[in-house]
Ligand binder design. Sequence first.
Ligand code: ZN
Length: 528
Amino acid sequence: MLPLKEKDKPVVQKLLSAGCCPRCVLRFCCVSVQAAYRRPRQDTLKELQAFISNTDNDKSTESTDENNKSHDAAVSDPPSKRAKLEPSAEEDDAAAVKPKDEESRVCVVCLGILQELCDTAQAVKISEAVKAEKYEFDTLVLSVSLPAQLCVREHSCWLHVKKELREKSIALDKDDVVQVKEAFKWIMQGLVAKELGGVAVVTRSMFEVGVEFTHPETDADCHFLASTCPDCFKPTKNKQSVFTRMAVVKALEKIADAKFLKHSPCPPARPSSSCTPQGVQCLHVSVFVAGRYNKFCRSLPQTPWVIDGERRMESSVEELIAAPVVSSFRADGFNFSSSGREDVDVRTLGNGRPFAMELLNPHKSRLNKVEMKQLQETINESSDKIRVRDLQIVTREAMSRMKEGEEEKTKSYTALVWTQKPIQREDIAFIDDIKDLTLDQKTPLRVLHRRALAVRQRVVHTMTTRFLDSHHFHLGLKTQAGTYIKEFVHGDFGRTKPNLCVLLKTDTDILELDVESVDVDWPPPIPE
Ligand code: ZN
């Protein structure tokens, strides 16, 4: 039986005659027993009608208790017997047709949300939509978005019962009223779980299934609030309408009862139709994947290179890595980041450069070690321009380790240097003895279009030379991250000081550059 008390009777009476559905009546009676909402609403309606008619028939408390008992008995009776009892609970001429009529009318408060919009048929629709997208998940959270004007109806209904409650000096706060959203979830969670074969529908999950309802017929219901509380309705860039749920709730908190009642009928007017369910939106939280990459090609940019809408290079590091990863996790998209980046003509050798990817709305969120290894192989087999190692799933938090302290990290390079003047082995040997050389680097001309003009100090920790011929040698450098190596070699018209031209007293240029190592200890190595 319904957990209602004697004091609820006038409220039940008032709400039923105002056109509230039985579940909304329970909400306004602050019934927080979830099971009460899950019962067929026709049964609840019958019970509510019996509940109030008992008072009408007999005012004494004792006999009310008696009636309640017999009423309990009626509920547990077979349906045929119960059906016979119904007309006796009705008072007016239309007694015989009223129950059915009442059931089919759209609730003035929830606009049908707690009526036919939360039953097994709806649960089937939701679960079919989820199944169609073939997500892999253990639990899901059900979210529901209701039309903002529902809050106006809720407020109107609240004012409708408030007067009654005041007169009876019953303490009831608006916050105690069970929200439509809550009741909807209490009913639907179990039904959706059942349709999805017993998946746990919980309050927090990586996987969210959202259902949205609109009710165009009553969209204008909340518009008067814009004139009574203009502060609450400021246009925002991303919203289609200023009448967001948040704004409407805020305005309703501010508006005086008398002013509200001037603009809005109380109780709310009868709608002619129920809310319209919009599509089911499924969203899985992002999965993060990290690893290290080598780049072996001097004509491969890190990101797609597009100038004036035209592609300059056929592929990129990012695309070569992302394509197999996105397809394995069946993600909708990705964000790629790495510990620094190299120019298109620079190779990255050694252990490679740490990178991380955020996979957006992945339909599959877990790959075991074997599957990750296979994925890594798929990437490596797809192209000989790049190679990936240490591929693994990481947390969002762990990703920040890649970026933190990036400036303090060291990087090692090898440059192929050309000298204008002929050189001998011994001419360059002194370079090996230079330690911790501090450079003043004015923003290079080649990056001036995207970086602010400044002088940055960077340290070249060590250098090693390897003589090749009278005009060429290999220069190995270990530097602070962020050092512009090319500019150190050719001097950038004196914008980098000191530079190799100054040190060797001849013009020098850089012909090739390789990154040998990026000394970031993340992500952790994965044994082969
Ligand atoms: Zn309702």
